[in-house]
Design a protein around this ligand. Structure first.
Ligand SMILES: Cc1cc2nc3c(=O)[nH]c(=O)nc-3n(C[C@H](O)[C@H](O)[C@H](O)COP(=O)(O)OP(=O)(O)OC[C@H]3O[C@@H](n4cnc5c(N)ncnc54)[C@H](O)[C@@H]3O)c2cc1C
Ligand code: SF4
Length: 491
């Protein structure tokens, strides 16, 4: 334990943000991380509890009290040990240190009646220093196994799995239908939350560790007319892939956006969030996007109150929208959770993102009944207030109104993976149409099809980056066991 009395002496230190007017002018990250001295104080607040709930609250089970202690001690060797420890559970702490919602902090014992330790900000500080010091280097395998593994989908699950499998000596090929590696990290999450150079550095590391990257290659099939991003120039059939590789791991994500099939849906100006967000990330990467979907000068309504909706708010404000409103069908949650009732679990409470702070009206308990328009273009939404009675959503009589909108972004989550990808392999689906596979210690991530595995959002449904990394790591161990009869990879 760092400092016995640290939690009583020091307040939690939050990471800072650059001012709104300044950050709205660009798409770069604007979080100001902790400096070493601040991280030390933050680390000193950790109580090193007998039962570290943070450790089980973290989906990759980061060994949080130990790295807090090392950062508190603060010598260069301690920081170096801290990154070694962090990498032992998490392949990409720079991703999670930036965009993880930090369920670990909800589970921190201090959070029962005080402010949690700023675990995420410490993680962020450790990995940023590690990159700056040159401590993050490739770790190629000493021996090759001669086994060939195909990983289909290069999001955080696919990247983590590819890295783990390459490090134990397998010949890994990472396939991606889009033109760059990273999945939703690359073409969903805006640069202002996570700049893409962080992915590029890891791609270089993967290549140096022996992973073959094949972008713009679709495995299986996509439905005709699909709005899901697909910049493939080549298609490889599922059968061909199975013939060419000793094992196949599907990490294709859950890409089918939830639609809102109410009258007027076919009007111009109504788009999935995942039509707009990838385009902006492409432009940020220096690509030209013909007829880019933009919010300049428009009244924007974002339907959906989650992360994706919030990212649409931030992007629309950077485009120069006249107004941005975000709808959430659920009632407004409490500002403060009832901690004794919720700790150590993830509480439901009002979450205000940095994008909300940049300018956004938030409407709760509101439902869209119809899109209205003129000359084929959307001009507004007919809405109604809703409430929950006996667990059922009912409309509030007389609460209908029409709200102005020139651009509507549907950000209501993702229903399931693209069915044609799973069907191409003949994968059984679960009740929610995800790839059916357990997470059991033995035989986990195995599908019904011989030598084909599934992990990440394609298996668990729409989730978080940290869960994708966990599943990629665990599935890699399962694939390794299948190929070698045993595995030294951690779960
Ligand atoms: C806008 C947005 C914001 C988000 N914000 C956050 C956040 O702040 N924090 C957080 O933790 N999570 C966030 N998430 C969720 C998070 O990004 C996902 O849970 C995570 O990326 C899932 O990882 P994955 O590797 O399973 O799949 P994905 O990241 O979806 O990657 C799957 C990849 O597989 C490729 N692919 C699919 N099928 C094929 C095929 N047949 N052939 C070849 N390639 C294929 C896809 O093109 C894609 O690149 C956000 C999601 C979105 C959409
Ligand atoms: S990965 Fe997420 S949950 Fe785990 S320690 Fe980091 S911020 Fe917390």
């Amino acid at each position: 334990m760092g400092k016995m009395t640290g939690f009583m002496e020091y307040e939690r230190i939050e990471e800072g943000y650059k001012p709104v007017p300044e950050r709205l002018k660009h798409y770069k990250e604007f979080v100001v991380g902790l400096d070493d001295a601040q991280a030390k104080i933050q680390g000193a607040r950790c109580m090193d509890c007998g039962t570290p709930f943070c450790n089980s609250g973290c989906p990759v089970n980061n060994v949080i009290p130990d790295f807090n202690d090392l950062v508190y001690k603060g010598k260069p060797a301690d920081w170096k040990n801290a990154i070694a420890l962090l990498h032992s559970t998490n392949n990409f702490p720079e991703f999670t240190g930036r965009i993880c919602p930090a369920p670990c902090e909800a589970a921190c014992t201090l959070n029962v009646n005080d402010d949690a330790v700023g675990i995420k900000s410490i993680e962020h500080a450790i990995i940023d220093r590690a990159w700056a010091e040159g401590w993050v280097t490739p770790r190629p395998a000493k021996h090759k196994t001669g086994k060939k593994v195909a990983v289909v989908g290069s999001g955080p699950a696919g990247m983590a799995a590819a890295q783990q499998l390459a490090r134990v000596g397998h010949d890994v090929t990472l396939f991606e239908k889009n033109d760059r590696v990273g999945g939703l990290l690359r073409y969903g999450i805006p640069d202002f939350k996570m700049e893409k150079s962080h992915i590029d550095r890891r791609v270089e590391q993967l290549v140096a560790e022996g992973v073959t990257i094949r972008t713009s290659v679709l495995i299986g099939a996509m439905p005709k007319g699909s709005k899901v991003t697909n910049w493939a120039k080549e298609t490889i059939s599922a059968d061909q892939l199975k013939a060419d590789f000793d094992a196949v791991l599907l990490t294709g994500g859950s890409e089918q956006s939830r639609d809102l099939p109410v009258p007027g849906r076919d009007l111009d100006g109504i788009h999935f969030a995942m039509e707009m967000l990838p385009q902006q990330n492409k432009v940020n990467a220096g690509d030209k996007v013909k007829g880019q979907l933009r919010a300049d000068g428009k009244h924007v309504i974002v339907i959906g109150g989650g992360d994706t909706g919030s990212d649409c708010v931030g992007t629309s404000n950077r485009h120069g929208a006249v107004s941005v409103t975000q709808f959430e069908v659920m009632p407004q949650p409490p500002i403060e959770e009832n901690r004794p009732m919720t700790w150590p679990y993830w509480p439901i409470k009002l979450r205000t993102s940095s994008s909300h702070e940049e300018g956004c009206e938030r409407e709760f308990a509101i439902s869209t009944k119809e899109f209205v328009g003129e000359k084929g273009k959307v001009t507004g939404l007919k809405t109604v207030r809703v409430e929950f009675k006996d667990g059922k959503m009912v409309e509030v009589a007389g609460s209908e109104q029409i709200l102005k909108a020139d651009l509507v972004l549907l950000a209501m989550g993702f229903v399931n993976p693209v069915a044609t990808v799973l069907d191409a392999f003949g994968i059984d689906k679960d009740a929610r149409n995800n790839a059916k596979a357990t997470t059991d210690f033995t035989g986990g991530y195995v599908t019904n099809v011989a030598k084909v595995f599934a992990a990440g959002d394609i298996r668990r449904g729409q989730s978080l980056v940290v869960w994708a990394i966990r599943e990629g790591r665990q599935a890699a161990r399962s694939v390794d066991e299948f190929l070698m009869g045993f595995s030294d990879l951690p779960r």
